[in-house]
Design a protein around this ligand. Sequence first.
Ligand code: DAH
Length: 339
Amino acid sequence: MLQRIADLRAEIEALTAADAAEVEALRIKYLSKKGLVSALMNDFRSVPAEEKRAVGQAINELKNFATDRINGLRDCLCCGAAEACGLDLTRTAAPVRLGTRHPLSLVREEIIAIFRRLGFNIAEGPEIEDDWHVFSSLNFADDHPARDMQDTFFISRMPDVLLRTHTSSVQSRVMEHTEPPIRIICPGRVYRNEAISARAHCFFHQVEALYVDKNVTFADLLQTLQYFAAEMFGGDTKIRLRPSYFPFTEPSAEMDISCNICGGKGCSFCKGTGWVEILGCGMVDPNVLEACGIDSKTYTGFALGMGVERIANLKYRVNDLRLFSENDVRFLDEFAGTH
Ligand code: DAH
Protein backbone atom coordinates (compact mmCIF):
# COMPACT_ATOMS: atom_id res chain seq x y z
CA MET A 1 0.00 0.00 0.00
CA LEU A 2 2.76 2.41 0.94
CA GLN A 3 4.49 1.60 -2.33
CA ARG A 4 1.30 2.42 -4.26
CA ILE A 5 1.09 5.74 -2.47
CA ALA A 6 4.71 6.56 -3.32
CA ASP A 7 4.19 5.66 -6.98
CA LEU A 8 1.11 7.82 -7.19
CA ARG A 9 3.00 10.70 -5.63
CA ALA A 10 5.77 10.42 -8.24
CA GLU A 11 3.15 10.34 -10.97
CA ILE A 12 1.40 13.46 -9.64
CA GLU A 13 4.71 15.29 -9.25
CA ALA A 14 5.42 14.80 -12.95
CA LEU A 15 2.01 16.09 -14.12
CA THR A 16 1.76 18.94 -16.61
CA ALA A 17 -1.24 20.72 -18.10
CA ALA A 18 -1.47 23.04 -21.08
CA ASP A 19 -4.84 24.63 -20.31
CA ALA A 20 -7.64 24.86 -17.79
CA ALA A 21 -9.49 21.89 -19.26
CA GLU A 22 -6.48 19.65 -18.78
CA VAL A 23 -6.12 20.79 -15.20
CA GLU A 24 -9.77 20.02 -14.56
CA ALA A 25 -9.34 16.58 -16.12
CA LEU A 26 -6.43 15.89 -13.75
CA ARG A 27 -8.46 17.07 -10.79
CA ILE A 28 -11.20 14.63 -11.68
CA LYS A 29 -8.72 11.83 -12.32
CA TYR A 30 -6.98 12.17 -8.98
CA LEU A 31 -9.10 14.12 -6.54
CA SER A 32 -12.77 13.57 -7.38
CA LYS A 33 -14.87 11.10 -5.39
CA LYS A 34 -14.04 8.33 -7.84
CA GLY A 35 -10.47 9.54 -8.38
CA LEU A 36 -7.27 7.62 -7.73
CA VAL A 37 -6.53 9.23 -4.39
CA SER A 38 -10.05 8.55 -3.16
CA ALA A 39 -9.67 4.97 -4.30
CA LEU A 40 -6.85 4.59 -1.83
CA MET A 41 -9.22 5.66 0.93
CA ASN A 42 -11.56 2.82 -0.01
CA ASP A 43 -8.71 0.31 0.14
CA PHE A 44 -7.71 1.70 3.51
CA ARG A 45 -10.38 -0.43 5.16
CA SER A 46 -8.49 -3.61 4.32
CA VAL A 47 -5.15 -2.39 5.75
CA PRO A 48 -4.07 -4.41 8.85
CA ALA A 49 -4.70 -2.56 12.09
CA GLU A 50 -1.01 -2.14 12.97
CA GLU A 51 -0.31 -0.42 9.62
CA LYS A 52 -3.37 1.81 9.67
CA ARG A 53 -1.62 4.70 11.38
CA ALA A 54 1.27 4.98 8.91
CA VAL A 55 -0.88 4.35 5.84
CA GLY A 56 -3.56 6.82 6.95
CA GLN A 57 -0.93 9.50 7.42
CA ALA A 58 0.62 8.78 4.02
CA ILE A 59 -2.76 8.99 2.28
CA ASN A 60 -3.51 12.32 3.93
CA GLU A 61 -0.15 13.71 2.91
CA LEU A 62 -0.66 12.50 -0.65
CA LYS A 63 -4.08 14.15 -0.77
CA ASN A 64 -2.64 17.48 0.36
CA PHE A 65 0.24 17.13 -2.05
CA ALA A 66 -2.06 16.36 -5.00
CA THR A 67 -4.36 19.29 -4.12
CA ASP A 68 -1.39 21.71 -3.94
CA ARG A 69 0.13 20.33 -7.11
CA ILE A 70 -3.06 20.60 -9.15
CA ASN A 71 -3.83 24.09 -7.78
CA GLY A 72 -0.24 24.99 -8.66
CA LEU A 73 -0.78 23.84 -12.23
CA ARG A 74 -3.89 26.01 -12.43
CA ASP A 75 -1.96 29.04 -11.12
CA CYS A 76 0.81 28.35 -13.58
CA LEU A 77 -1.51 28.73 -16.53
CA CYS A 78 -1.62 32.50 -15.78
CA CYS A 79 2.07 32.94 -16.48
CA GLY A 80 2.13 30.58 -19.45
CA ALA A 81 4.77 28.35 -17.91
CA ALA A 82 2.52 25.57 -16.75
CA GLU A 83 5.17 22.92 -16.60
CA ALA A 84 7.75 25.07 -14.88
CA CYS A 85 6.60 25.52 -11.33
CA GLY A 86 3.81 26.41 -9.01
CA LEU A 87 4.57 30.12 -9.20
CA ASP A 88 2.44 33.00 -10.37
CA LEU A 89 4.93 35.44 -11.80
CA THR A 90 2.26 38.04 -12.48
CA ARG A 91 1.55 38.63 -8.79
CA THR A 92 2.85 41.90 -7.38
CA ALA A 93 5.75 41.38 -5.00
CA ALA A 94 5.07 41.64 -1.29
CA PRO A 95 6.70 44.88 -0.03
CA VAL A 96 10.00 44.28 1.76
CA ARG A 97 9.84 45.74 5.27
CA LEU A 98 12.99 47.71 5.93
CA GLY A 99 14.45 47.99 9.41
CA THR A 100 15.11 51.38 10.97
CA ARG A 101 18.25 52.84 12.45
CA HIS A 102 18.24 53.07 16.21
CA PRO A 103 17.81 56.67 17.45
CA LEU A 104 21.02 56.40 19.48
CA SER A 105 22.94 55.33 16.35
CA LEU A 106 21.44 58.26 14.46
CA VAL A 107 22.53 60.73 17.11
CA ARG A 108 25.98 59.17 17.56
CA GLU A 109 26.60 59.31 13.81
CA GLU A 110 25.50 62.92 13.70
CA ILE A 111 27.83 63.93 16.55
CA ILE A 112 30.71 62.09 14.88
CA ALA A 113 30.00 63.73 11.52
CA ILE A 114 30.11 67.21 13.08
CA PHE A 115 33.46 66.57 14.76
CA ARG A 116 34.86 64.92 11.64
CA ARG A 117 34.25 68.17 9.79
CA LEU A 118 36.56 69.80 12.35
CA GLY A 119 39.27 67.22 11.67
CA PHE A 120 38.64 64.83 14.59
CA ASN A 121 39.27 61.10 14.10
CA ILE A 122 37.41 58.28 15.83
CA ALA A 123 39.19 56.43 18.64
CA GLU A 124 37.74 53.54 20.59
CA GLY A 125 38.75 51.74 23.75
CA PRO A 126 37.67 48.71 25.77
CA GLU A 127 34.52 48.67 27.90
CA ILE A 128 36.23 46.41 30.43
CA GLU A 129 38.92 48.64 31.88
CA ASP A 130 41.45 49.01 34.65
CA ASP A 131 41.56 51.57 37.42
CA TRP A 132 44.45 53.44 35.82
CA HIS A 133 42.68 54.40 32.59
CA VAL A 134 39.28 55.15 34.12
CA PHE A 135 40.42 56.93 37.30
CA SER A 136 44.07 57.26 38.31
CA SER A 137 45.49 58.61 35.05
CA LEU A 138 42.59 61.08 34.95
CA ASN A 139 43.58 62.64 38.26
CA PHE A 140 40.84 61.10 40.42
CA ALA A 141 41.86 61.26 44.07
CA ASP A 142 42.10 57.89 45.84
CA ASP A 143 38.99 58.65 47.87
CA HIS A 144 36.93 60.07 44.99
CA PRO A 145 33.32 58.79 45.35
CA ALA A 146 33.18 57.59 41.71
CA ARG A 147 35.66 54.88 42.65
CA ASP A 148 33.13 53.52 45.10
CA MET A 149 31.43 50.17 44.50
CA GLN A 150 28.13 52.03 44.63
CA ASP A 151 28.90 53.83 41.40
CA THR A 152 31.19 51.47 39.56
CA PHE A 153 30.70 47.87 38.48
CA PHE A 154 33.84 46.00 39.53
CA ILE A 155 34.65 42.69 37.90
CA SER A 156 37.49 42.01 40.30
CA ARG A 157 39.56 43.86 42.91
CA MET A 158 43.32 43.91 43.36
CA PRO A 159 44.08 44.37 40.57
CA ASP A 160 40.96 46.35 39.81
CA VAL A 161 39.07 45.33 36.70
CA LEU A 162 35.91 47.28 36.09
CA LEU A 163 33.35 48.43 33.54
CA ARG A 164 34.27 51.92 32.39
CA THR A 165 32.07 54.61 33.88
CA HIS A 166 32.92 57.14 31.18
CA THR A 167 34.59 57.31 27.77
CA SER A 168 37.26 59.64 29.19
CA SER A 169 39.28 56.43 29.63
CA VAL A 170 39.90 56.46 25.88
CA GLN A 171 41.64 59.85 26.27
CA SER A 172 44.35 58.42 28.45
CA ARG A 173 44.73 55.30 26.30
CA VAL A 174 45.30 57.40 23.19
CA MET A 175 47.54 59.98 24.90
CA GLU A 176 49.74 57.20 26.26
CA HIS A 177 50.86 56.12 22.83
CA THR A 178 50.32 59.13 20.55
CA GLU A 179 52.49 62.19 20.02
CA PRO A 180 50.37 65.39 19.84
CA PRO A 181 48.70 66.82 17.84
CA ILE A 182 45.83 64.59 18.96
CA ARG A 183 42.31 65.30 17.78
CA ILE A 184 39.98 62.42 18.61
CA ILE A 185 36.34 61.69 19.11
CA CYS A 186 35.52 58.63 21.21
CA PRO A 187 32.02 57.16 21.07
CA GLY A 188 31.12 54.25 23.31
CA ARG A 189 29.00 52.55 25.93
CA VAL A 190 29.57 53.18 29.62
CA TYR A 191 28.26 51.54 32.79
CA ARG A 192 27.21 52.81 36.20
CA ASN A 193 25.70 51.06 39.15
CA GLU A 194 22.36 52.91 39.06
CA ALA A 195 18.83 51.68 39.65
CA ILE A 196 17.03 51.67 36.30
CA SER A 197 14.36 54.35 35.97
CA ALA A 198 13.09 56.84 33.40
CA ARG A 199 16.06 59.10 34.20
CA ALA A 200 18.90 56.71 34.99
CA HIS A 201 20.18 53.46 33.54
CA CYS A 202 22.98 51.08 34.37
CA PHE A 203 24.41 51.54 30.88
CA PHE A 204 24.30 54.44 28.47
CA HIS A 205 26.39 56.02 25.74
CA GLN A 206 28.84 58.87 25.64
CA VAL A 207 30.93 60.69 23.10
CA GLU A 208 34.18 62.23 24.26
CA ALA A 209 36.31 64.69 22.32
CA LEU A 210 39.96 65.54 22.99
CA TYR A 211 42.26 68.03 21.31
CA VAL A 212 45.89 68.28 22.44
CA ASP A 213 48.49 70.40 20.65
CA LYS A 214 50.76 73.39 21.19
CA ASN A 215 48.81 76.53 22.10
CA VAL A 216 45.35 75.01 22.45
CA THR A 217 43.32 77.54 24.46
CA PHE A 218 39.91 77.92 26.02
CA ALA A 219 38.95 80.02 22.98
CA ASP A 220 39.42 76.90 20.80
CA LEU A 221 37.12 74.98 23.12
CA LEU A 222 34.51 77.72 22.99
CA GLN A 223 34.57 77.87 19.18
CA THR A 224 34.24 74.11 18.96
CA LEU A 225 31.28 74.13 21.35
CA GLN A 226 29.55 76.91 19.45
CA TYR A 227 30.04 75.12 16.16
CA PHE A 228 28.77 71.85 17.61
CA ALA A 229 25.63 73.43 19.11
CA ALA A 230 24.77 75.24 15.88
CA GLU A 231 25.28 72.15 13.73
CA MET A 232 23.40 69.84 16.08
CA PHE A 233 20.50 72.03 17.18
CA GLY A 234 20.33 74.78 14.55
CA GLY A 235 22.06 78.11 13.91
CA ASP A 236 19.94 80.08 16.40
CA THR A 237 21.04 77.96 19.36
CA LYS A 238 22.76 79.92 22.11
CA ILE A 239 25.24 78.35 24.50
CA ARG A 240 26.34 79.26 27.99
CA LEU A 241 29.12 77.85 30.15
CA ARG A 242 28.82 77.41 33.90
CA PRO A 243 31.93 76.80 36.02
CA SER A 244 32.08 73.21 37.22
CA TYR A 245 34.51 70.59 38.50
CA PHE A 246 35.93 67.44 36.89
CA PRO A 247 39.18 65.88 38.18
CA PHE A 248 40.65 65.69 34.68
CA THR A 249 40.04 69.28 33.52
CA GLU A 250 41.06 72.65 34.97
CA PRO A 251 39.21 74.92 34.53
CA SER A 252 36.07 72.84 34.02
CA ALA A 253 32.66 73.88 32.78
CA GLU A 254 29.24 72.56 31.96
CA MET A 255 27.56 73.74 28.82
CA ASP A 256 23.89 74.59 28.48
CA ILE A 257 22.09 75.34 25.24
CA SER A 258 19.06 77.56 24.89
CA CYS A 259 16.07 75.26 25.25
CA ASN A 260 15.24 74.00 21.77
CA ILE A 261 11.65 73.31 22.76
CA CYS A 262 10.57 76.78 23.86
CA GLY A 263 13.37 78.69 22.12
CA GLY A 264 14.66 79.97 25.48
CA LYS A 265 11.41 81.49 26.75
CA GLY A 266 11.02 78.92 29.52
CA CYS A 267 8.84 75.79 29.49
CA SER A 268 8.29 72.66 31.55
CA PHE A 269 11.14 70.86 29.75
CA CYS A 270 13.74 73.44 30.79
CA LYS A 271 11.93 73.98 34.11
CA GLY A 272 11.23 77.57 33.15
CA THR A 273 14.92 78.51 32.88
CA GLY A 274 15.20 78.62 29.07
CA TRP A 275 18.41 76.53 29.25
CA VAL A 276 19.21 72.81 29.19
CA GLU A 277 22.49 71.19 30.15
CA ILE A 278 24.15 69.04 27.52
CA LEU A 279 27.82 68.41 28.25
CA GLY A 280 30.89 68.73 30.45
CA CYS A 281 34.16 70.17 29.24
CA GLY A 282 37.36 71.95 30.20
CA MET A 283 41.11 72.33 29.63
CA VAL A 284 42.96 69.04 30.17
CA ASP A 285 44.56 69.13 33.63
CA PRO A 286 48.39 69.18 33.31
CA ASN A 287 48.48 66.23 35.76
CA VAL A 288 46.57 64.16 33.19
CA LEU A 289 48.95 65.09 30.38
CA GLU A 290 51.95 64.18 32.54
CA ALA A 291 50.37 60.90 33.70
CA CYS A 292 49.99 59.94 30.04
CA GLY A 293 53.56 60.92 29.15
CA ILE A 294 52.85 64.25 27.44
CA ASP A 295 54.94 67.27 28.36
CA SER A 296 52.50 69.75 29.91
CA LYS A 297 54.93 72.66 29.41
CA THR A 298 54.85 72.19 25.65
CA TYR A 299 51.29 71.05 25.13
CA THR A 300 47.82 72.03 26.26
CA GLY A 301 44.45 70.56 25.38
CA PHE A 302 40.72 70.66 25.79
CA ALA A 303 38.28 67.81 26.39
CA LEU A 304 34.55 67.47 26.38
CA GLY A 305 32.12 64.67 27.01
CA MET A 306 28.42 64.27 26.39
CA GLY A 307 25.69 61.67 26.83
CA VAL A 308 24.20 60.39 23.58
CA GLU A 309 20.86 59.63 25.27
CA ARG A 310 20.72 63.20 26.54
CA ILE A 311 21.14 64.62 23.03
CA ALA A 312 18.60 62.11 21.67
CA ASN A 313 16.22 63.29 24.41
CA LEU A 314 16.50 66.83 23.22
CA LYS A 315 16.33 66.05 19.52
CA TYR A 316 13.49 63.55 19.62
CA ARG A 317 11.76 64.46 22.92
CA VAL A 318 12.15 60.97 24.30
CA ASN A 319 12.00 61.40 28.03
CA ASP A 320 12.23 57.83 29.28
CA LEU A 321 15.72 56.35 28.99
CA ARG A 322 14.39 52.79 29.15
CA LEU A 323 12.82 53.13 25.70
CA PHE A 324 16.27 53.17 24.15
CA SER A 325 17.11 49.63 25.25
CA GLU A 326 13.73 47.88 25.27
CA ASN A 327 13.71 47.28 21.50
CA ASP A 328 9.98 47.90 21.22
CA VAL A 329 9.38 48.04 17.46
CA ARG A 330 6.54 50.53 17.90
CA PHE A 331 9.10 52.97 19.32
CA LEU A 332 11.83 52.10 16.82
CA ASP A 333 9.40 52.42 13.89
CA GLU A 334 8.98 56.09 14.69
CA PHE A 335 12.49 56.65 13.39
CA ALA A 336 11.80 55.06 10.00
CA GLY A 337 13.18 57.22 7.24
CA THR A 338 15.30 59.32 9.64
CA HIS A 339 18.96 59.39 8.81
N1 DAH B 1 33.53 62.03 31.89
C1 DAH B 1 32.50 62.98 32.30
C2 DAH B 1 31.29 62.22 32.80
O1 DAH B 1 31.18 61.07 32.54
C3 DAH B 1 32.10 63.86 31.18
C4 DAH B 1 33.19 64.84 30.82
C5 DAH B 1 33.25 66.04 31.48
C6 DAH B 1 34.12 64.53 29.87
C7 DAH B 1 34.26 66.96 31.16
C8 DAH B 1 35.14 65.44 29.57
C9 DAH B 1 35.17 66.66 30.22
O2 DAH B 1 36.07 65.20 28.65
O3 DAH B 1 36.15 67.54 29.89
O4 DAH B 1 30.46 62.78 33.45
